[in-house]
Write a protein of this length. Structure first.
Lengths: 306, 259, 352
């Protein structure tokens, strides 16, 4: 029923209301963002910029004398060739740990995603993730208990061969690998699990119905679809590993000389901050390069998970 | 094939918990040189109560973790609310800016903080460590709360307004309480991350003002004693409890609905 | 006297005009449906009445008062959202007393009135449960109780039944009608389901692309649709295009009588006839006096228990549909020639 005839007033709502709201809106938006991003700026963005500045100074600005600029520090790899060895050790460490994590983690993720379900799946998943979120230092330390001479492995070894020399597992490259794999394995399992659980079971069933045996199914179907998870896990493991210094020092002893320890030395022993800054930035550049190359794969697990 | 897979999973889980188990076991071993076989005792734990340095470091760790949790939760919630509910120019940029703190190795961030804080006079110590920890946990806090906001029904505030609430009242009476599980989860997470944080604390600590992980590290460098095992066991236990609490809150808090 | 009145309301978002000079009056105490396909603007109308949207042009009156720019929280309305929007951290009782508290009614008095409202929606005994412990139908009842307990000036329902399965939906339709009658609230109901609108409403307003197509009593719109859209959106229709000639309409070779007044000779018009108003007979049977008739060939017969739907080819390539109640088992097989018959009173001349 159309409305009764009443004075037909067509009025436009006052426009001032809209504009006033926009102004205070912007203020409150800014005020709410400021604390978080302010802290980030002071603690992360500005420090990084300042470190970039430091990296091109000849001497530390705290020393007396005028500031002078140089890019010498970035050429340190040329001047001190032993650093190339150190860098190579770091990269080797990264490659080894990433490789072992894939070898161990991919099957584990596969089993977790496809061989378990429901409650037991959740429990297993949680058990695997739990150590990852606990104290990293403590976990590395715990490996010294296992690997050291007189520790569990050495003890068991001597039970079998009492007169043999000590295993000497600790303070070696393998020790670092074991410790770091242990630290980062859950990460690889997580990313691979996310990718694999997104694989529809029907794909596998379809392959089987077409006659594919297990190795074929794995190579042609599971592996390619899990690749985003593998790649993102690899990048997210490789990056922290090449920058690690705590683990090499604890588990590597004299052999534990990596880019991370060298950089740390510049800041805490040698106090050559410009050099340390330059090395840090060189590493940062290398890392950004990695992200650039593998960046696309990193986005995919995130969307698969949502 | 399936049993193979589950078997492998068991191996992996065993691998993950083996060293932790050994370390905890050694914390109860009476021998100060870790000689086996094991003689059970709890005296290393009680000895801890005398260790002034460790006690101080623990106090600092707890203090910093609490401050970090509170500060990052408050700042992070405010920022997450804006990013999650409004659209404006530059929002994408702000979201991308959250990635560097998460992706850049702590070594680089830690040293950069050291450089910048020293240069600008912020210096090292408790306040510096709090600042550093907050910065590192903010992206994660905002991620957790952001997810909570996304799962929030958009018409809750509208419903409240239709019943007579002003927008402010609607926010405090409806939105904030509904977000509370996420906020608490994020706070616990920040607390746990801060408690376990080593690298940044290492660079920002100064003599006399350290955190527990930094102290543990120094002790390890000097040599092993079961005291380290004891305190490490406690620390590990604490972080695991926190993670379990976090998982319980974020997974099972208000996420289930029957329709 | 209208309880709610929107006059000349226009709303645009950039280049898109969502509402174009819409005027509707909602009578007090009546159940009015806003019916239309998605994108028709019906939800926008609702949100303007609620106050979440302010129109660019036009005004809104609730009980005679101009509330076009009054904030939502001062309008004294009740809304049931499509997602129910129950406060997850509050119990059922706390949800329902929320609006009362905002109006200064607290404590025992508030709980008493809330209990009354919950009884009206037949949901007693759930006071302390949380929303997530309730089923979809129960949640909806809580949402309804919460909206009506404050005795608002107008009750707005935004497709509240669309998330329910069929049987529950039909149950809730009956409930909704009963509650509306009992409470006497002016109710505005948004839906895209024409059957729902027909079942529930005292009045219907059909919208399409921001314009009102037709509004009125359900039977009036159904019997006398004014446009092609109204005819096909509310029910089914057969469309017969033709030209006016000597008081009838020539559809091909057939002269079709229409009860309503026709425009001038020579005008091209479209007639509409509801499929259930046509009957089918074998060509040999006698012609009913005074009725329109047309020859057709059965193309398809779909048996659906109570009704058989026939699709036929009419003269001049017309595509016709007829609904026949299966009263006596007579069936026409595909390919049979039949004679369609219907009364001129059932012939509608459309305006477009």
């Amino acid at each position: 029923m159309p409305s009764e005839a009443a004075p037909a007033i067509t009025s436009a709502p006052p426009a001032f209301a809209a504009r006033g709201v926009a102004w205070t809106r912007r203020l409150t938006t800014g005020a709410m963002l400021l604390p978080a991003y302010g802290i980030l700026t002071i603690s992360v963005f500005l420090p990084l910029l300042v470190m970039a500045f430091f990296s091109v100074l000849k001497r530390s600005p705290f020393d007396p004398g005028p500031l002078s600029f140089t890019i010498d520090h970035y050429l340190v790899f040329v001047r001190r060739p032993y650093l190339i060895d150190v860098a190579w050790t770091s990269i080797q460490l990264g490659l080894w740990i990433t490789g072992v994590c894939v070898a161990i983690g991919l099957p584990a993720a596969l089993a977790l995603a496809k061989a378990t379900e429901g409650r037991s799946q959740k429990i297993l998943f949680f058990l695997i993730i739990l150590p990852f979120w606990s104290n990293g230092l403590v976990r590395i330390f715990s490996w010294t208990m296992v690997l050291r001479d007189g520790g569990i492995l050495d003890y068991a070894y001597h039970l079998v061969l009492p007169s043999a020399a000590p295993l000497g597992l600790l303070y070696s490259f393998p020790a670092m690998v074991i410790g770091l794999v242990h630290a980062y394995l859950p990460y690889m399992i997580l990313t691979c699990y996310l990718s694999i659980s997104a694989i529809d079971n029907q794909l596998i069933e379809a392959a089987e119905s077409l006659g594919a045996r297990w190795p074929m199914t794995f190579l042609k179907i599971i592996l390619p679809l899990a690749m985003p998870g593998i790649i993102s896990g690899s990048v997210l493991i490789f990056v922290p590993v090449i920058g690690s210094f705590m683990e090499p020092r604890i588990l590597g002893g004299k052999t534990g000389v990596t880019m991370g320890t060298v950089i740390e030395d510049q800041f805490t022993q040698a106090f050559n901050w410009p050099l340390g800054s330059a090395m840090s930035f060189a590493m940062l550049g290398f890392i950004l390069l990695l992200f650039g190359v593998f960046g696309r794969a990193l986005k995919q697990p995130a969307t698969a998970a949502s | 094939m399936r049993r193979l897979g589950i078997g492998w999973l068991m191996v992996v889980v065993a691998f993950l918990y083996l060293p932790i188990g050994v370390m905890m076991l050694m914390a109860f071993n009476a021998s100060p040189f870790y000689t086996l076989p094991i003689e059970l005792t709890g005296h290393w734990f009680t000895d801890l109560a005398q260790n002034e340095k460790l006690l101080d470091a623990s106090r600092n760790s707890l203090l910093i973790a609490t401050a970090t949790a509170i500060i990052s939760t408050v700042c992070g919630t405010a920022a997450a609310l804006v990013l999650g509910r409004q659209t404006f120019r530059g929002k994408r940029l702000l979201q991308i800016l959250l990635l560097p703190p998460m992706a850049i190795p702590w070594l680089i961030i830690g040293t950069a903080m050291l450089v910048f804080f020293h240069w600008t006079g912020i210096g090292r110590g408790l306040h510096a460590m709090i600042l550093g920890h907050v910065a590192l946990s903010l992206p994660y806090v905002m991620l957790v709360i952001g997810t909570g906001i996304q799962t929030l029904q958009p018409d809750l505030e509208e419903a409240a307004m239709s019943l007579g609430s002003t927008p402010q009242h609607a926010f405090f009476a409806v939105t904030l309480p509904a977000l509370m599980p996420s906020i608490i989860a994020a706070g616990l997470f920040a607390f746990a991350v801060s408690l376990d944080q080593f690298v940044v604390s290492y660079f920002l600590a100064k003599p006399g003002v350290t955190t527990l992980p930094v102290e543990i590290y120094s002790s390890i460098r000097k040599g092993f004693t079961p005291e380290i095992n004891a305190i490490s066991t406690l620390l590990l236990g604490a972080s695991m409890v926190l993670v379990i609490a976090f998982a319980w809150l974020s997974n099972f808090g208000g996420a289930h609905e029957r329709r | 006297m209208s309880a709610v009145d929107i006059r000349g309301v226009t709303k645009t978002y950039g280049p898109v005009t969502v509402l174009d000079h819409v005027s509707i009056g909602f009578e007090a105490g009546r159940f009015t449906s806003l019916l239309g396909p998605s994108g028709s603007g019906k939800t926008t109308v609702l949100r303007i009445i609620a106050g979440f949207i302010i129109p660019d042009v036009g005004s809104l009156y609730i009980r005679g008062e101009d509330v076009t720019t009054t904030p939502v929280w001062k309008r004294d309305i009740g809304i049931v959202f499509q997602s129910y929007a129950l406060f997850p951290h509050m119990s059922v009782m706390e949800n329902v007393v929320f609006g009362l508290n905002r109006r200064g009614i607290r404590g025992a008095e508030a709980r008493r009135r809330a209990a009354e409202a919950l009884e009206t929606v037949r949901l007693t005994g759930f006071d302390d449960r949380r929303p997530k412990q309730l089923s979809g139908g129960q949640q909806q009842r809580v949402a309804l109780a919460r909206a009506i307990v404050t005795r608002p000036k107008v009750l707005l329902l935004d497709e509240p039944l669309s998330a329910l399965d069929r049987r529950l939906r039909q149950e809730m339709q009956v409930e909704l009608l009963r509650i509306q009658r009992e409470s006497g609230l002016t109710t505005i109901f948004v839906t895209h389901d024409q059957e729902e609108a027909l079942t529930l409403s005292d009045r219907i307003a059909i919208l399409d692309r921001g314009r009102i197509i037709q509004q009125g009593i359900p039977s009036a719109i159904y019997e006398r649709p004014r446009t092609r859209f109204a005819a096909s959106f509310l029910g089914d229709a057969n469309f017969l295009p033709g030209t006016v000639a000597q008081g009838a309409v020539r559809v091909g070779d057939v002269a079709v009588q229409c009860d309503a007044a026709l425009p001038a000779n020579g005008t091209a018009v479209t007639l509409a006839v509801r499929p259930e108003r046509m009957s089918m007979a074998a060509p040999s049977e006698s012609h009913l006096n005074g009725s329109n008739a047309m020859a057709g060939v059965v193309r398809q017969a779909t048996y659906a228990g109570a009704v058989t739907t026939y699709r036929l080819d009419g003269p001049g390539g017309l595509d016709l549909r007829v609904f026949v109640q299966n009263r006596d088992g007579t069936r026409f097989a595909p390919g049979s020639e039949v004679r369609l018959q219907w009364s001129p009173a059932d012939t509608v001349c459309l305006e477009d």
